[in-house]
Design a protein around this ligand. Structure first.
Ligand code: NDP
Length: 446
């Protein structure tokens, strides 16, 4: 394989999809050497088949707002690869959603799911509908209209969506209700469901907790722990909240959280009580992070979309969205003595910023390894649904912990360089790729 040529070809055939090109470039750059040890891969043109999604479903979603107007959004499901299991990946509702972003997410998901050791293929879906500022009734009508089309493309053994940005327990439940009505079947077709109807304990916590478990493993390699460390977190949604919860439990000091308008900096640290306030503000009242400083006036608010990366700390856990750490931010983090960056969000660090972290030899974990805890517990939810049993929180948390340790070991196995530095990007990509590649080779040209 000539990675540069493959990428140029994809850019020519699929123009205007920069996030997809970025995600593919990152993977190709790190697996090329391993890939070229297997001439049979090239003979089967495996790389092209692995980069281009199996299938893309695209549809119009029309719904009625509270004023009686008919509104139209786009809906998508990108089924990237099902070589090792049914398609699996979240649904994102955000104004910024487009096909290129969902293709990047579905591509990443394929390798992430492979890393979890559970039998799940990769997919992603969503809509440019934004739940922000919409009433509960509008969100319900939109979710129902979205499912009227999505129902044709998913199934418990075919494709099992979950949540992502803008899709939490409320949205999953509305979609599940409509799926059930249309199919007259109660099945585990979505994960992240409510506990009363097949959801798994620890699923809401899983991505954030899993990221901190992964961070702990990385810190151990340098004889360090989370206790006493100053931590920058971006985002204030599902992933950010439970990342903060676990950091606080382990004795770390959370200095920042954010939303798309700006970030708060609390020099005294966001403790359990303050986090409860943020959870209520965000989950119950759907408020904005700036309201935090009205409640806790010793904290500062930085608006205009400011990001927390220029504050001094030991650890950064980006947990909002893609490309939120650019080269300047990475340089500032390194200059301020950052020791570890572990990604809760998907692809939050630009390629230039990744280079800065790796050249500085800090601990840097890409999302496809560090945030795999969410989809792992989704996989465990599927197992529980199939068994028609519910496991205890301790049991799920124990399995989550074991999966994150295992992913870390695999990154070390495939990513350790000659000077002993662990390139977690390479480790995650090679480990994730090899399993999918071998399954595709075994199954022939399909
Ligand atoms: P939520 O919708 O719960 O929260 C997203 C948070 O990020 C909000 O605070 C939101 O602010 C902020 N945000 C969203 N878009 C932007 C933007 N363009 N610029 C700045 N801030 C932004 O989503 P999740 O917590 O579920 O997801 C966060 C990240 O984690 C995503 O990258 C997602 O793909 C990834 N992830 C999520 C998993 C999960 O299990 N939920 C699993 C693995 C990865 P605002 O309210 O202003 O929009």
């Amino acid at each position: 394989m000539d990675a540069k040529k493959v990428l140029e070809d994809l850019k020519r055939r699929f123009p205007g999809e920069p996030e997809y090109h970025q995600a593919v470039a990152e993977v190709l750059g790190t697996i090329e050497e391993e890939y070229n040890k297997h001439p049979e891969f090239d003979r089967a043109n495996l790389i092209e088949r692995l980069c281009i999604p199996d299938r893309i479903c695209q549809f119009r979603v029309t719904w009625q707002d509270d004023q009686g107007n008919y509104r139209t959004n786009m809906g998508y499901r990108v089924q990237h690869n099902n070589a090792i299991g049914p398609y699996k990946g979240g649904i994102r509702f955000h104004a910024s959603v487009n096909l290129g972003i969902l293709k990047f997410l579905a591509f990443e998901q394929t390798f992430k799911n492979s890393l979890t050791t559970l039998p799940m293929g990769g997919a992603k879906g969503g809509s440019d509908f934004s739940p922000r500022g919409k009433s509960n009734a509008e969100v319900m009508r939109f979710c129902q209209a979205f499912m009227l089309e999505l129902v044709r493309h998913i199934g418990p053994d075919m494709d099992v969506p979950a949540g992502d940005i803008g899709v939490g327990g409320r949205e999953v439940a509305y979609m599940f209700g409509m799926y059930k009505k249309l199919t007259r079947e109660f099945s585990g077709v979505l994960t992240g469901k409510g506990l009363e109807f097949g959801g798994s304990l620890i699923r809401p916590e899983a991505t954030g907790y899993g990221n901190v478990y992964f961070l702990q493993e990385m810190l151990k390699t340098r004889g360090q722990s989370v206790e006493g460390k100053k931590v920058l977190i971006s985002g204030a949604g599902n992933v950010a909240q439970y990342t903060a919860e676990k950091v606080i439990q382990l004795g770390g000091k959370v200095l920042t959280m954010s939303d798309s308008d700006g970030y708060i900096y609390d020099p005294d640290g966001i403790d359990r009580e303050k986090l409860d306030y943020i959870m209520e503000l965000k989950n119950l009242y759907r408020g904005r992070i700036r309201e935090y400083v009205e409640q806790y006036p010793t904290a500062q608010y930085h608006g205009d979309g400011a990001k927390p990366w220029f504050e001094k700390a030991d650890i950064a856990l980006p947990s909002a969205t893609q490309n939120e750490i650019n080269e300047d931010a990475a340089r500032a983090l390194v200059a301020n003595g950052i020791m570890a960056v572990s990604e809760g969000a998907n692809m939050p660090t630009t390629p230039e910023a990744i280079r800065v972290f790796q050249e500085a030899k800090i601990l840097y974990a890409p999302g496809k390894a560090a945030n795999a805890g969410g989809v792992s517990v989704s996989g465990l939810e599927m197992s529980q649904n199939s068994e028609r049993l519910s496991w205890t929180a301790e049991e799920v948390d124990r399995r989550l912990h074991a999966i994150m340790e295992n992913i870390h070991q695999n990154c070390v196995k495939y990513g350790t360089e000659s000077d002993g530095y662990v390139n977690y990007v390479k480790g995650a990509n090679v480990a994730g790729f090899m399993k999918v590649a071998k399954a595709m080779m075994a199954q022939g040209i399909v």
